[in-house]
Design a protein around this ligand. Structure first.
Ligand SMILES: Cc1cc2nc3c(=O)[nH]c(=O)nc-3n(C[C@H](O)[C@H](O)[C@H](O)COP(=O)(O)O)c2cc1C
Length: 365
């Protein structure tokens, strides 16, 4: 079993330790989606403070797949200079950086994009009356766009890409029977619901080659009535393993999951940390794919236990690193006190106010 500060590899990418900055929208791109110097510096500072791997906030693969304001875009070559600057800033700080690529599906803000919403299902079968059901040709175009965005990431100098298939965005909507009511080869059985995800992985692999790390973030379960279950997640993981995925990050929940959204609020006792630890244990029993575990991890001892007992290969953190960018440096120095993050979600709210994400306990971060 591993230790937290050992060197490991994910495909061709060498990582100095097992800590990951989980994908975090920072609200620091410009209005059009170009990465800015402030965004690059934010990530560079996290790298400088010793986090082994940085996964960027989600970058949209098509204009109608944008999820929110000041989100990075990867959907066109005109975004390459900003992407290059972001990757270079993290590398100058001796870090590794993976670009998360995504499509928001029916959760895209049409008011912001001015474009039609698209998703897996007929409009009358979901809570999204304005969401148009994708045709098979439309699915093919989005799959191709994921491939093209991944190629752009490689060209820009990123160390890998992560497919965003979690949290109720487009690929997660396809996986989930709560959202996906299709009766064609992209709906019904879990193999059919996973088809677009596997096609996306294949398109990306075709575009970036065998040695470029391709990761995916997916839900352990959806926590909505009739949503994706742990059993189905395990089946998807097996299909991804066969198709050559390099690592899986396990998250959970959707925007429709009430208190069980991916960004759960509330301070936790140690036993409540790592929301998806039971699903992770089941995953590790059957899968050989490296596992990044995210969600409510706050204590060094919990990190040690998860990795030491083989329940996860990497510890992924979002809000604790917004709160304390130097958390991993602190833990490595022997000061192993719990993260100061109280999971209040003030960081997300500060981002929504247009000033960029920052911790309300430590506003200078
Ligand atoms: C401000 C903010 C932005 C986020 N943006 C993304 C994102 O772009 N992509 C993603 O997969 N998850 C995103 N997340 C979710 C986190 O990656 C993570 O899964 C979640 O916060 C739980 O981990 P934590 O308890 O360590 O914060 C975001 C979370 C926060 C707080």
């Amino acid at each position: 079993m591993g230790t937290l500060f050992e060197t490991t590899r994910i495909n061709a990418m060498e990582l100095a330790n097992r800590f990951v900055f989980s994908a975090t929208w920072l609200g620091l791109a410009d209005e059009d989606g170009h990465s800015t110097a402030r965004q690059a510096e934010y990530l560079a500072e996290i790298a400088r403070r010793g986090v082994g791997l940085i996964i960027t906030g989600h970058a949209c693969v098509t204009p109608e797949g944008k999820a929110g304001p000041r989100q990075t875009a990867a959907c066109d070559d005109r975004f390459l200079p900003g992407l290059k600057a972001m990757a270079a800033a993290v590398h100058d700080a001796r870090g590794k950086v993976v670009l998360q690529i995504s499509h928001a599906g029916c959760y895209a803000p049409a008011g912001l994009t001015g474009l039609d919403l698209v998703g897996p299902s007929p409009p009358d079968a979901t809570e999204f009356p304005n969401c148009r059901e994708l045709t098979v040709a439309g699915i093919g175009q989005i799959v191709a766009a994921f491939g093209q965005s991944a190629a752009r990431a490689r060209k820009a100098g990123f160390d890998g890409v992560q497919i965003h298939a979690a949290h109720g965005y487009l690929l997660s909507q396809f996986l989930s029977p709560y959202f996906n009511k299709r009766t064609d080869s992209y709906g019904g059985s879990i193999e059919n619901r996973a088809r677009i995800v596997i096609e996306t992985l294949r398109a990306i692999r075709g575009a970036v080659g065998a040695d470029f790390p391709v990761l995916i973030k997916m839900n352990a379960e959806d926590f909505v009535r009739g949503g994706l279950t742990v059993e189905e997640m395990l089946r998807v993981a097996a299909l991804l393993e066969q198709a050559g995925i390099d690592a899986i990050e396990m998250s959970g929940g959707t925007i429709a999951s009430g208190a069980l959204i991916p960004i759960r609020a509330g301070v936790l006792e140690r036993e409540g940390e790592a929301y998806y630890r039971e699903a992770a244990a089941r995953f590790k029993e059957v899968s050989g794919v490296p596992l990044l575990l995210v969600g409510g991890i706050r204590s060094f001892e919990v990190c040690e236990e998860l990795v030491g007992k083989g329940r996860a290969d990497y510890i992924s953190l979002s809000r604790p690193l917004i709160c304390e960018p130097d958390l991993i440096e602190r833990w490595k120095s022997g000061d192993t006190g719990k993260s100061a993050c109280i999971s209040c979600n003030g960081c997300l709210k500060s981002g929504m106010r247009g000033r960029g994400v920052s911790c309300v306990l430590a506003p200078s971060s």
